[in-house]
Ligand binder design. Sequence first.
Ligand SMILES: Nc1nc2c(c(=O)[nH]1)N[C@H]1C(S)=C(S)[C@@H](COP(=O)(O)OP(=O)(O)OC[C@H]3O[C@@H](n4cnc5c(=O)[nH]c(N)nc54)[C@H](O)[C@@H]3O)O[C@H]1N2
Ligand SMILES: Nc1nc2c(c(=O)[nH]1)N[C@H]1C(S)=C(S)[C@@H](COP(=O)(O)OP(=O)(O)OC[C@H]3O[C@@H](n4cnc5c(=O)[nH]c(N)nc54)[C@H](O)[C@@H]3O)O[C@H]1N2
Ligand code: SF4
Ligand SMILES: [Mo]
Length: 749
Amino acid sequence: MNAVPGAERVHYRACNLCEAICGLEIRTRGDRILSIRGDAADPLSRGHICPKAVALKDLQQDPDRLRGPLIRDGSGFREIDWEPAFDLVAERLAAVYAAHGADAIAVFMGNPSVHNYGNLTHAQRLLGQIRTRNRYSATSADQLPHQLVAYWMYGHQLLLPVPDIDRTRYWLVLGGNPLTSNGSLMTVPDLRGRLKALHARGGRLVVVDPRRTETAEVADEHLFVRPGTDAALLIGLLKIVLEENPLAIGRLAAFSDGVDDVRAALASFEPDALAAFCGVDAAVVHRLAREFVAAGAAVCYGRLGVSAQRHGTLCQWLIQLINLVTGNLDREGGAMFTTPAVDLIEGPASRPGHFGRWRTRVRGLPEFGGELPVAALAEEIETLGEGERLASTARGWSERLATEGRAGVPGYRNSCAKDGESGRIEKRIRALLTVAGNPVLSTPGGARLERALSGLECMLSIDFYLNETTRHAHVILPPTSALEHDHYDLIFHLLAVRNTARYSPPLLAKPAGARHDWEIFEALGQRLAARLGGRHAAFPPPRQIVDLGLQGGPYGALRGHPRALSLAKLEAAPHGIDLGPLQPRLPQRLQHPDKRIRCAVPELMHALRAFADEMARPQAQGLRLIGRRHLRSNNSWMHNSERLVKGPRRDRLWMHPQDLAARGLCDGARVRLRSAGGSVEVEVETSAALLPGVVCLPHGWGHDRDGVRLSVARRHAGVSYNDVSDPQALDTVSGNAAFNGLSVEVEPL
Ligand SMILES: Nc1nc2c(c(=O)[nH]1)N[C@H]1C(S)=C(S)[C@@H](COP(=O)(O)OP(=O)(O)OC[C@H]3O[C@@H](n4cnc5c(=O)[nH]c(N)nc54)[C@H](O)[C@@H]3O)O[C@H]1N2
Ligand SMILES: Nc1nc2c(c(=O)[nH]1)N[C@H]1C(S)=C(S)[C@@H](COP(=O)(O)OP(=O)(O)OC[C@H]3O[C@@H](n4cnc5c(=O)[nH]c(N)nc54)[C@H](O)[C@@H]3O)O[C@H]1N2
Ligand code: SF4
Ligand SMILES: [Mo]
């Protein structure tokens, strides 16, 4: 990789910052980055980029980015070498394990883990050594409802249909703002260009959102909805289609079970009551249903605003059903499944999911796919009592080995009880490992979590910033930067609006002594195995695993496909390879053994009845808080780039003029924003783009905490949404964080 000093080089690679995975053209001289542009030859992104891509240079050069391990002692953080850092961490974790059992060690995996393929290929190996059931991730602050619904309906948590944007004629978007977020659970670079094409072929875009968003601005129609009430709108749509167009389902009827049960369960919902609840007129809902069916190729899509809310799983189920009963599931221009070059669904590493096999100790919240809702993390650390008893997990390491079996890569599938068995965790969390996450700013009740972190016996963070979360770690192990390692998008090719594949070699040489994330996992895994008496066989690097995945995948040589895809083939095609538009995949792709779709999921039929009861109760009055994203921000971690944070302030609380006037407030006033979960002081800003009664705040800010080593971000500190959000406010089915629709008060200061 080391270039001749002075010679200019051109590299092509994927941007790893968001789900759009745009192709970049990066020019370098030596280790200097000269320019970052869109790669016009990339088959998926076709030259599109956003302002964040250029900030990859800022991340690379950021003097605040950690280059070597840090250890915290009385006087603060100091540098330490890698080997003693590994030994120390392994020793501490092993001590907690020996004294309290595996479940006393918790793990939190943050969002960038999914954008760094070595984390996906190798994190399981370290987790396999720790074998804790106290696993948490950003999933339960994000897309958990989508995965749970896919698992229940289609038999696999990653079998997530994607809007076929390039061929649809009608796109109904709820709770997503893809022109700003660049799409989610839908890898779709250059959405603006794709929407122009939709309009050029006579298609329509309809956006349902409590705020007139950037996406709503370019839509043919925008409908305001009260936060947290979308389920009523979706029930209305589904009911109308099922009653008026029972045959619209078409060929899908042959392998869909339970549609009649769903129809019967919707009978008692009155259109006027539904309309009154969500604020969208019954006549409008009726028209939408007709337009959707008449479009021929239509797709309903709901994202964070309808998953990180009280009825998240109910909404995501209703959205799947609307696509299904209108015949748009698995149809061109509807909601389609990808055929990714490395297939995580049918490949050897497949993990379909499981639900409720164990529960959190304090609140009894269910696991999904081996992870517990992150809203429970603080209480699982802080709550003393019961769980201090000796639990089954305190058995010796070798006994666990003998009883649970450890063939191949250790995982949870072979070692746990059946679905729904719900053994409760008995151990209080005493040690925590965070990887690529900032839960103090990103999970509900961040301020309480922060307090809890300071009481841990051992905390380790794998992260290259000393931020609001990692400042509580005893040891921080910083991995290489994105440009210093290679990359393949294991997840986002699986979620893309077109089948493509692309491998990015490292752009810059790995600095002497630096470690990739996956190398850190391996080093820790080996040391833990040595201390706990387990085995840790050598494992190939990520690129070799991906090569095997490509060769054994749907276009691979091992399957006899004429493309004979392999890593070598991808390396010879630096812009990526186009594998064509999405293809119909059902029923073969379904992962239930009977190859059928389960529509009347018992847990969701129950949630539907509970929703009817909730509609019948008087609704709380007052303000509702929702979130927002900004094109030049990325959750909590890119505020240290001057070029991204400069310009007008973005951290204010937006309020409708009516709501300001009602409280005697004017633009710029300081207020206290309060919920049942906490409060912050913040400045207000007038926004007529909101539905009256709705207030809006971005998340990921609040960088002024002591000891945070983010010099630029500290000057643009803002307040953290999650100091207000409430860990008790959850999606009723999955335990996903319900950030949106939170009941709040605003008081003048
Ligand atoms: N109120 C509210 N809260 C939210 C949301 C919301 O809409 N409203 N959104 C939620 C959503 S959707 C998500 S995904 C979460 C995100 O929340 P988290 O998963 O906590 O992720 P980030 O806040 O982006 O923090 C990422 C961390 O990873 C580090 N990092 C970046 N790249 C790497 C890498 O390659 N390796 C390692 N080891 N570290 C790396 C960064 O330095 C940073 O510390 O926030 C959730 N929280
Ligand atoms: N620039 C930028 N891009 C990002 C990120 C980022 O932080 N910055 N984060 C990335 C991540 S991790 C994710 S998960 C994705 C998220 O991708 P999106 O889901 O597209 O992102 P949001 O902007 O959070 O959109 C949520 C929308 O839901 C609306 N909303 C809130 N409550 C409700 C409700 O009750 N009903 C309805 N119908 N709407 C509601 C909000 O007003 C908002 O417009 O974005 C990704 N892309
Ligand atoms: S849209 Fe996302 S992937 Fe594309 S350049 Fe921007 S941050 Fe990178
Ligand atoms: Mo996310």
